[in-house]
Write a protein that binds this ligand. Structure first.
Ligand code: SAM
Length: 328
């Protein structure tokens, strides 16, 4: 499948994201024997095969249409079968930027969960990076592995079924960044520290829904010598776009006159029930100005993001520490 590159034409076996609206998308694996039904009609896979990704597809029975979209990590996050809570785009984009991920980065992730974040990570580090991801729930690990295989990501992702609290990551001196989405990240920090490339600066992020978890994670990061410990929270603010008319002075004066005339007319009608004089009219609709308003309330808390930096221990520092120890 094509999460890392783009193909034009839909073929049998391909994944298509059937887009009805932002809130209504479905993943379809093209099989000419199947038909997809929704309230907008009947869509035969055989009609979709051979079409270009991006096509506006009318239903077979003419009731409506949908769009046939090419899979991307962002769309996968919308349609992934939820086996756990997942990360969404606001947090994903913030974390990948703040962890300094780039093509070639080697990353450690736990738990894998539904693999929503793993898909974005894989695209960030392609083509020559690697993601090591750990999940202790056997069924979830299996399902995520299957998704990675189907989506052409198995060369980039190694998934292992393992309890990282009890067994650690089993990786040393290898990774540039670590991401922990675990109920007790502090129990995995010692092992994560060992996984960092020991002679390079590295970044870690712990994703925790409660402030108490943040406090414990910070304490543990501090204990293990991580520096620049910072916590962020991503909140979503929708921008509501409105249009307001922009009047010229002449039109504004004319509009006021119209209003005054209407008022006068009403008053006169009330007083004498007689007909009012004709009011001047604005000949044309004024041009519109687009303005954006943010609601005061900010929704969208998923978790707190705690970041910290791993500092390498340099050879001459080790010598100094050894000498100090000898003196002691
Ligand atoms: N970030 C993932 C995503 O975007 O799809 C979701 C991760 S989910 C919230 C947390 C996962 O951590 C669960 O699937 C859980 O089974 C796993 N987990 C919890 N404790 C673990 C442990 N000790 N070792 C490995 N995985 C663990």
């Amino acid at each position: 499948m094509y999460f890392l590159s783009y193909k034009t034409c839909i073929e049998e076996g391909d994944l298509v994201i059937a887009y009805i609206s932002r809130e209504n998308m479905t993943p379809l694996i093209m099989d000419p024997k199947l038909t997809y039904n929704n309230k907008f009609g009947t869509f035969r896979h055989s009609d979709m095969i051979g079409k270009e990704y991006g096509t506006k597809m009318p239903s077979h029975n003419g009731r409506g249409f949908m769009y046939l979209l090419h899979p991307t990590p962002e769309l996968w996050t919308h349609v992934v079968p939820h086996r756990t809570q997942i990360l969404y785009i606001a947090d994903i984009s913030f974390i990948t930027t703040y962890l300094d991920l780039k093509p070639g980065s080697i990353i450690l992730e736990s738990g894998t969960g539904s693999g929503s974040f793993s898909h974005s990570l894989a695209r960030n580090i392609a083509p020559n990076g690697h993601l090591y991801t750990f999940e202790y729930h056997e069924e979830r690990a299996k399902a995520a592995k299957q998704d990675f295989e189907r989506h052409g990501l198995s060369d980039l992702i190694t998934i292992e079924c393992r309890d990282v609290y009890k067994e650690g990551f089993g990786i040393t001196d290898l990774v540039h960044a670590v991401f922990l989405d675990l109920p007790a990240p502090w129990d995995a920090i010692a092992s994560a520290k060992a996984a960092f490339k020991q002679k390079r600066i590295g970044k870690i992020c712990c994703f925790s829904p409660c402030i108490e978890q943040v406090q414990r994670a910070c304490a543990s990061l501090n204990e293990h010598g991580f520096v620049e410990i910072k916590m962020f929270e991503c909140l979503i603010r929708n921008q509501e776009v409105h249009t307001i008319p922009v009047y010229t002075v002449k039109d504004a004066v004319s509009k006021i006159k119209v209003q005054q005339d209407k008022k006068r007319k009403r008053n006169e009608e009330e007083a004498s029930n007689s007909k009012a004089a004709k009011s001047p009219r604005i000949k044309q609709d004024p041009p519109n100005l687009y303005v954006s308003k943010t609601p005061t309330e900010a929704k969208g808390h998923t978790s707190y993001l705690t970041f910290a930096t791993f500092l390498p221990v340099l050879d001459d520092e080790i010598e100094i520490i050894d000498k100090v120890n000898e003196l002691d």
